[in-house]
Design a protein around this ligand. Structure first.
Ligand code: ATR
Length: 282
């Protein structure tokens, strides 16, 4: 039987997941399929209850369904529970729906791959933003043993709520204090939408960062954001957002199709070409 999975979103047209999973299905010559499913928020619960009837063994979940998907699942792993959102679902043979969140895995695996030295003499980490992506990044960094994380967000109250949820290793700092905070930081992570095509640039001065520091952006349109361009000009190691997107797809593909797929330069070039070709659709 052909194994089928899908990505569920509303809208779902913009999702890159079919490009990634389609590439791997072809590469590993797997008789499987990966579809897009546009599902309205009010229909999500019943769609997930009938996932098997719809012909699927699992799914990715994208905006705006990530929190509701977690609630709809019978079991969830620690990452999904702590992050408060699910992006990867699968049915076990008795029909139980399981939920995971692989965004933190994706971020950390990409960071390890692109800047393996990131944790040497690290000091603190500055994370910008306090949305769903920030939650995943904080979870990943804490799991990796980072002792001190500074969290800056335009709306300080959101940073404080998130810091409180993650415990004493995370401290909220003023958005206005971000440049100053960088002096103590070996890693900067942008999880805001600033710098994305169509959004304002992220205004930040990297001059206080140590020379060994790493700058990571989760924005991947454009691939080289103004933040990463500034980091490169300053001689700092850069980690772009596309790698996180590729790595977060790995555990789902393995779960549904039985092969642990590799993230290769060729896959990255393939997805990048697709992103560039479809920019006008955004
Ligand atoms: P996601 O779940 O993808 O992380 P989100 O919850 O919409 O998305 O969060 C977007 C982040 O970008 C937030 O941290 C947001 O700051 P606020 O909490 O103050 O809204 C940040 N952001 C968006 N536009 C911004 C801007 N012009 N200046 C500063 N931060 C901005």
């Amino acid at each position: 039987m052909t194994a089928r999975a899908c990505v569920i979103g509303w809208p779902v047209e913009h999702s890159r997941s079919p490009v990634i999973h389609g590439y791997w299905l072809k590469q590993y010559e797997i008789e499987g399929a990966y579809e897009k499913e546009a599902v309205r928020p009010e229909d999500l619960k019943s769609f997930l209850q009938q996932l098997w009837t719809h012909g699927y063994i699992g799914a990715n979940v994208t905006l705006p369904h990530k929190e509701a998907a977690l609630r709809a699942a019978r079991s969830a792993d620690e990452a999904a529970v702590t992050i408060g959102a699910a992006n990867t679902l699968w049915l076990d043979p008795d029909g139980t729906l399981h939920a995971s969140n692989t965004d933190a895995y994706g971020f950390m695996t990409n960071l390890d791959a692109e800047a393996p030295q990131w944790s040497e003499g690290l000091g603190a980490v500055l994370v910008l933003g306090a949305g769903g992506a920030a939650r995943a990044v904080l979870y990943g960094l804490i799991k990796a043993g980072v002792p001190q994380i500074l969290l800056a967000n335009r709306t300080r109250a959101r940073a404080e709520t998130l810091a409180a949820a993650f415990g004493p290793r995370v401290q909220a700092v003023d958005w206005e204090a971000r440049n100053e905070a960088l002096g103590a930081c070996g890693l900067l992570v942008n999880t805001t939408s600033l710098g994305m095509t169509g959004q304002p640039p992220l205004e930040i001065d990297l001059s206080a960062m140590p020379n060994s520091a790493v700058v990571a952006d989760i924005v991947y349109v454009p691939l080289e954001t103004p933040l990463l361009a500034a980091a490169r000009a300053r001689g700092l190691a850069c980690v772009d957002g596309l790698g996180m997107l590729l790595y977060q797809a790995v555990p789902g593909f393995e779960r549904w199709f039985g092969v642990r797929p590799e993230v290769t330069p060729d896959l990255k070039a393939h997805v990048k070409a697709h992103v560039m070709a479809t920019l006008g659709d955004q």
